[in-house]
Design a protein around this ligand. Sequence first.
Ligand code: GLA
Length: 484
Amino acid sequence: MKIAHSVPFAGKPSIHAPSVFGASTGKPVLYRIPVTGKRPLAVSVAGLADGLSLKDGVISGSVAEDAEFFAVVRAENAEGADERRIRFVVAPDTRLLTPLMGFTSWNAFGSKVTQERMEKTADALVASGLADCGYGYVNIDSGWQREYGGPFDAIQPNAKFPDMKWFCERTHAKGLKCGIYSTPMLKAWGCPEEFESIPGCSRGEPDPLYSCTAPIGSEKLERNNVRQWDEWGFDYLKYDWTPCDPTHAARMRRALLGATRDFALCVTVNAGECYWKFWRENCASWRCNSDSLDEWGRIKAFLDGIDRWKPAVCRGHYFDLDMMETGALAWNDGRTRITEDEAIFAYSMRAFFQSPLQLSCDLGRMTDFEFDLYTNDEVIAINQDALSEFPERVEGDKENLLTYRRRLEDGSTVFAVFNLSDAEEERELRFDGIAAWRDLWAKTDVARCARHVCKVPAHCAVLLKATAGDAKGAVPVAGGGGAG
Ligand code: GLA
């Protein structure tokens, strides 16, 4: 399927910040306002609370008291201007009020991750324009760890990470945030081949209460490790074990809340549904699925049972569909094995279900198609929509054609149609309902009438936004070509 081409450093300015931004009271704020358009480009902001200021398009500082205010961001260049009103919410324990966007290293580098590769990734996010589309986190996955030591008796990095503090400072200087990885288990997954094992946030004898899983130690060291990550300057933790239990998640969360910095917490890999209230209250995101892989079967399996997370997902708390499986991956010799249509499917489901959007490939080898896939501002906007209402499955589906709708904060409705069928021909679905329809991947208005026929290639997805009409009443009606 053809998708719109993006040119982030051309034309009038366009501000891509979500309508809401959260920060924790008294903790450091760092926010690189995503703005595309021809350079040079001047960004200004009016209405910031005391304690915050803007420099080179990045808001930093901290707000001492709880506050809620609107700031107006303005961007100007030789071709024009754009303005956006953003609601800032400053309250204890507040951040990531829309899904995380960034890079996470596992699919890209596996356990061969290095500080140098992460630094190059941060540079590429900025140089390519990805950071200006909203990708703001640079997350180190497993593979950085070596052994306990240092001033806090915490896990120290291996020789491939010569200076974690410098890495964080360097990344922050670009307005980007940094993520780190650990586990409550005695031994972390993702051990580099040159080591026998790498430690997690526990030590000592296996804790008999958790002996059914990979062992977790009786001596718990969350606070030691958080003090170390805090001192280095991290902003986000991916905490990985199975099954994820609220006891260890709560211990880690308390430790993170005690840090001087503001940490977002993601739990993975098996955050069971029975604890959904806990994940919703305590985690920026949680996973309960297999690792992403560049295989069609694995991609479509992400949608199995996704509806069960409806009560759990809300603003600031999202179900994680794992890193993208596109591009040059650690295991595939430079090329993903999925087709472009499957990549559109994979990105669409993450954008539409408000999963964190985590790129995970060698950004130096990104194709033009991949770049266009990652930088469609209209698709990203539905991922970053501040209403954060969970999609609703639409009745009247054809077999192997899944249709969902979701309300957006501007009152419009976005429909997603996922074609799971293996039959080669594209499938058609007719939408009856008076609305102005826009194809978000093509970035074109497709119809301004009561009836729109949408064509979805096999293993692909279409995202349609319906505005200015009876969008809520729009019903997809099975019809047209393609065998079931
Ligand atoms: C698990 C996770 C992956 C990655 C690896 C690291 O498999 O699901 O995302 O973090 O561990 O070993």
